[in-house]
Design a binder for this molecule. Sequence first.
Ligand code: SF4
Length: 64
Amino acid sequence: MRISANTGRCVGAGQCVLQAPEVFDQDEDAMVTLHTDRPGEAARAAVSEAANLCPAGAITIHED
Ligand code: SF4
């Protein structure tokens, strides 16, 4: 599993950080940053929830 976060779409809502703080963070402008783009399978549920809750559709999960 690989994830990407589109900072061009991110609106800084922070839902991703609330769902999976071990994977997502926000910079000083509240834009999403990633601690890792390859979180382990143990994080899949939280990452999926973050992607679903992101109001901007900025988080994508890739199966590669
Ligand atoms: S939930 Fe979406 S819009 Fe909000 S900080 Fe995360 S990526 Fe950005």
